[in-house]
Design a protein around this ligand. Structure first.
Ligand code: ADP
Ligand code: MG
Length: 815
């Protein structure tokens, strides 16, 4: 029967908190201990455990007479012993014992005065320049880095068996005496062989190709061996096990949860582990716990030094889990605080251009649209307009399912900027999309105003504002002379709304007064590009739009500097898109289906197989596919080709023909993924669909179903992997973008989900972005801290402010 250790544990922890003043229980600890131990001892049957129990002198303690330091040492010993008592002793498992590994805190060596956590690792004994260079390659240059250089995993060597219990094939640990050690030749290699024994028997251990161990494993030494048990001539044998001499030092390589560090060429696992043990013992204690004590206690988090040492050399699984929790929480709360403070800085910066919303202009615009805005569009538009009227610059993330109508909302906002005499910019990730936005915006505007001039890249409309409203398209592909001309107009403030690609954030582009920047498809742009666009104006309002639905918590974490708006409703009349995952042998019937749809007046997309990231190769493959389809499969139909290597003029020409119904099928590389909008397109066929992520597949599907006709989406997969099949199965079942995003996140993990790693965000080593509960907790705590003490100026928040300055050096206000 397990012993109830809780009362004792609680009391000892209290004693620790009270500074070892023997005040945790009324009447003193000794009396309490005596009673507790006399009860506990009756439940312990296992001899080794009993021995340890006696050694701790719980039954006849003399705590009262110990010095402060001795008390501390003793309490920590008992605390680390207690978890073993709690484990029920299994049947036939009698000799099982857990080796205790904790080192009392008071024995930890203190680092020399002049050295600090930020000293280079070469100050550590045992780290030569050579080793330092190798560690540097792993991103470890200071002592602090080393403390945060965590093992990938742990091997559980904590359960000690007797030799008679060893089972072949298992990872086992024994404590035994060396009876004999000698050099032998095994397979032509000089090796070490030892025979060790305990009360229950003997066993052989061999280390191939390592004759030098003989000296260390001398006869009569007591050793701990941990490793897989093999069989040799019918008898168990340890082959190259981890080994350690049992002395009064703490075990590092055996008999415990043993850390496995990321390996680096030229650093032996044993060497690195020993080194880490030394570093953790010597330095973990000097880390200041930066979490406010109130918070740490309320959330029952481990103290930082303990969390660090337990993350490396845990005493048991439970402490290891608690250590990881504490460290993950640290990362997330620092991330949250950093993001929140960025937002605060940004909003405190000198005011942008406050807009007065010209209601008449807005009303005219909305009235002349070919449709009514949905309720969600109305709501989001008023959120945006309210932001624009404020003296702080807006920073808002607009999420909306593909086809939910984000563009028209952005257009209304851009129009308001123009109406107020300011400039607006709209940045799209590809030229095709920029052109499409330009086309759409011009189309909307032409319904409410009169087209005055229409050059290729520059339109102007009268009737809406007191002066003509000019809209320009700036993409990399236009002629140099024209580009220069556009740039001059932009600089002179003669263009109200500029739509473009990255070309917008290039050097030559300067706005006279950019007041609103809209960024479409945020996930395609890094944080740096977003801020580059911001730099083009004097604190412009920023609206970021994305059709990749990001689960809310995650959005709040990664884009926590942005306010969130969601269009959670599709325009009326949209139908569910019938989705089917097709097997290779169904290709012909897919083609037949496509033919019938075209005969019925619909149009179709065919997305080419994903070949490589290179646009050149992608384009070549698409061209080949196009040739094949137009000559051999659909010779009677009108096919067009779209890929990233075509000039803007060519692309535009193809898109125009497709949109106006002069093409039946558009064969395209995955560039068509986002944004392209053709109402009559009712069929989407995606080749090698198993190679795309869920969000991407969903984007493809979003290209159809824009009109009122029933639309279809077919996914072809030649030889899908297991994950590929899982994705296809999900996309077939699920239409909701948010639900898909959650699934995608689950399948791919956040790193891949967001494409390249988010620049500008601190590293997450322990935390997982998929851990929603912890994310939420960290966010709540960060918000709470900020509301209580916005500048983290209170004395109890100083360490936190300092740590924040360290991990987010760019926000200077913390340091
Ligand atoms: P996305 O959010 O994917 O960028 P778009 O802005 O491209 O969506 O809009 C998709 C299509 O729906 C466009 O053709 C657009 O004109 C149309 N649309 C937008 N809002 C509405 C609405 N309220 N009612 C009907 N159609 C709309
Ligand atoms: Mg769009």
């Amino acid at each position: 029967m397990p012993v109830n250790c809780e009362p004792l544990r609680k009391i000892l922890e209290l004693e620790h908190k009270k500074g070892y003043t023997d005040s945790a229980v009324f009447g003193g600890l000794d009396r309490f201990l005596g009673n507790w131990a006399n009860q506990a001892i009756t439940s312990i049957t296992e001899p080794k455990l009993l021995l340890r129990f006696h050694r701790l002198r719980l039954a006849d303690s003399n705590y009262a007479s110990l010095s402060m330091e001795q008390r501390q040492e003793w309490v920590s010993k008992v605390l680390s012993f207690l978890p073993q008592l709690k484990r029920p002793e299994g049947k036939g498992d009698k000799a099982k014992v857990v080796l205790k590994v904790s080192r009392p805190a008071s024995r930890a060596k203190r680092p020399p005065a002049k050295q600090s956590l930020d000293s280079p690792i070469t100050i550590i004994k045992g780290i030569s320049q050579g080793i330092a260079t190798k560690l540097n390659k792993l991103g470890v240059s200071t002592v602090r880095d080393l403390l945060y250089f965590f093992p990938n995993r742990h091997l559980d060597y904590s359960q000690v068996k007797s030799i008679s219990q060893l089972a072949e094939g298992n990872e086992e640990t024994i404590i035994a005496h060396v009876w004999q050690a000698r050099q032998v030749t095994l397979g032509g290699r000089r090796s070490t062989e030892v025979i060790v024994g305990d009360d229950t028997g003997n066993v052989r251990a061999v280390w191939f190709n390592n004759p030098y161990l003989v000296k260390q494993l001398a006869t009569n030494k007591q050793v701990v061996l941990s490793g897989r048990v093999g069989l040799f001539q019918g008898r168990p044998v340890f082959q190259s096990p981890e080994w350690e001499i049992l002395d009064d030092k703490e075990l590092v390589h055996t008999g415990r949860l043993v850390p496995i560090y990321p390996l680096t060429q030229g650093l032996r696992p044993r060497q690195l582990r020993k080194l880490m043990k030394g570093v953790v013992d010597q330095w973990a204690g000097s880390l200041a716990d930066f979490l406010p004590p109130e918070l740490r206690e309320r959330l029952k988090l481990l103290e930082l030094p303990q969390a660090l040492s337990q993350a490396h050399f845990p005493e048991d699984d439970d402490l290891k889990a608690r250590a990881r929790l504490r460290l993950a929480f640290d990362e997330l709360i620092l991330l949250q605080l950093g993001v929140l403070s960025k937002k605060r800085n940004w909003q405190q910066s000198p005011p942008a251009h406050p807009f007065t919303v010209k209601t008449t202009v807005l009303e005219t615009f909305l009235k002349t649209l070919p449709f009514e805005l949905t309720a969600a569009q109305h709501r989001v538009l008023s959120e945006i307009l309210a932001d624009l009227a404020k003296p702080q610059p807006m920073c808002r993330l607009l999420q909306g399912e593909v086809g939910s109508g984000k563009t028209v909302v952005a257009t209304a906002a851009l129009l308001m900027a123009a109406a107020g005499g300011h400039q607006g910019a709209f940045m799209a990730p590809t030229e095709i999309l920029a052109e499409q936005h330009f086309g759409n915006i011009c189309h909307f505007l032409s319904r409410s105003g009169h087209r005055e001039t229409e050059e290729d890249y520059l339109h102007s409309y009268s009737g809406l504002l007191a002066r003509p409203l000019t809209v320009a398209l700036l993409i990399g592909d236009i002629k140099e002379a024209q580009k220069l001309e556009l740039q001059q107009h932009i600089q002179a403030g003669e263009i109200d709304i500029v739509i473009g690609t990255h070309a917008l954030i290039q050097k030559g582009v300067a706005f006279k007064q950019l007041a609103l920047a809209v960024v479409d498809e945020q996930h395609r742009f890094g944080v740096s590009q977003r801020s580059a666009l911001r730099q083009k104006g004097h604190n412009p309002h920023v609206l970021v739009m994305t059709a990749t639905p990001i689960p809310r918590t995650l959005a709040l974490t990664l884009y926590g500097d942005l306010d969130l708006s969601v269009i959670d409703e599709l325009p009326p009349g949209r139908q569910l898109i019938k989705t089917k995952w097709l097997k290779p042998q169904q290709r012909q019937s897919a083609y037949a289906f496509l033919r019938r749809q075209v005969a019925a007046g619909r149009q179709a997309f065919i997305i080419c197989p994903l070949v490589e990231e290179s646009e050149v190769i992608q384009a070549r493959a698409a061209t080949a596919e196009y040739e094949h389809l137009s000559h051999e499969v659909f010779p009677e139909l009108r096919l067009g080709l779209l890929h990233g290597r075509m000039s803007a003029v060519e692309k535009d020409e193809v898109m125009r023909r497709f949109r106006s119904g002069r093409l039946d099928i558009l064969v395209s590389t995955p560039v068509v993924e986002v944004g392209i909008d053709v109402a009559n397109a009712a069929v989407m066929l995606v080749e090698s669909a198993d190679r795309f992520g869920l969000s991407q597949l969903h984007q493809f599907r979003g290209r159809v179903g824009r009109g009122s006709e029933q639309s279809y989406c077919m996914f072809l997969a030649e030889n899908p992997s297991e994950v590929g099949m899982e994705r296809l199965d999900i996309i077939e079942r699920v239409q909701d973008g948010f639900e898909l995003a959650e699934e995608d996140l689950r399948l791919r993990g956040p790193g891949e989900f967001f494409g390249t790693r988010q620049s500008g965000l601190p590293d997450l080593k322990m935390a997982k972005l998929s851990d929603v509960a912890l994310l939420e907790l960290a966010r709540n705590e960060a918000t709470r801290l900020f509301s209580q003490d916005p500048g983290l100026k209170k004395p109890e928040h100083q360490p936190l402010a300092k740590e924040l300055g360290r991990v987010w050096p760019q926000s200077a206000e913390w340091s």
